[in-house]
Design a binder for this molecule. Structure first.
Ligand code: GTP
Ligand code: MG
Length: 203
């Protein structure tokens, strides 16, 4: 396939309702925060073409912004098809959203082969006043499950780009593995590669 970008990556964002998934993507795509809260209904699609800072590769990202509300849960697994990376989000000011992670990882492991996942503890801007989940708790959940980990804030933008760039680097490294004899090869791929778990090389 001929195209003006080097990779086309499909990324899904999941996590409990209200953790900030839609705002996080809005921040990444538009560089702004939108305080209005409109729970996502079903699913939203967003895309953006970026240049990865480290490698200067052009990447088209397609984001699938899922609804965290319980009643949409069974729908979410339908959207897992051909996903190459996952943003799994909780809210550091909401313990329930952290405790919900087990259910989300089960949904992932039941429906997907191992693919790169970034765990994001959102609302870092509110840490001084309202933090409930410690950074150590987040980090150890990530370590146990072999996830990349960031605390971030959709409100002030902290670590939003970093976490997505890091996920992209990991996805690309997985895609390239079978082709590592030819570093110049361009790939447009929706295939889910059978990824070996690879710990945090990109951060
Ligand atoms: P669903 O679509 O229902 O699954 O929710 P969601 O995860 O998409 O949450 P959304 O982005 O709609 O944000 C929920 C609420 O959290 C909104 O009131 C946002 O303004 C607020 N919010 C989102 N991100 C942040 C953040 O980084 N910091 C703070 N302080 N508030 C945030
Ligand atoms: Mg939403």
């Amino acid at each position: 396939i001929q195209s003006s970008f080097d990779y086309f990556l499909k990324i899904i964002i999941i996590g409990d309702t209200g953790v900030g998934k839609s705002n996080f993507l809005y921040r990444f795509i538009h560089g702004k925060f939108n305080r209005l809260y409109q729970p996502t209904i079903g699913i939203d699609y967003k895309s953006k073409i970026i240049v990865l800072p480290k490698t200067k590769q052009n990447i088209k990202l397609q984001f699938w912004d899922t609804a965290g509300e319980e009643r949409y849960r069974s729908l979410n697994k339908l959207y897992f098809q051909r996903v190459q990376g996952i943003i799994l989000m909780y809210d550091i000011t909401n313990r329930e959203s952290f405790e919900g992670l087990g259910e989300w990882t089960k949904l992932i492991y039941d429906n997907l082969d191992s693919i790169p996942i970034v765990l994001v503890g959102n609302k870092l801007d509110d840490a001084d006043e309202n933090r409930i989940v410690t950074i150590e708790e987040g980090q150890s959940f990530a370590d146990e499950n072999n996830l990349i980990f960031f605390e971030a804030s959709a409100l002030n933008g902290k670590n939003v780009n970093n976490s997505i760039y890091c996920l992209c680097e990991k996805i690309i490294s997985h895609l390239n593995k079978p082709l590592s004899f030819n570093v110049n090869v361009s790939l447009i791929s929706n295939d889910i590669i059978d990824n070996k778990k690879n710990k945090k090389f990109c951060c």
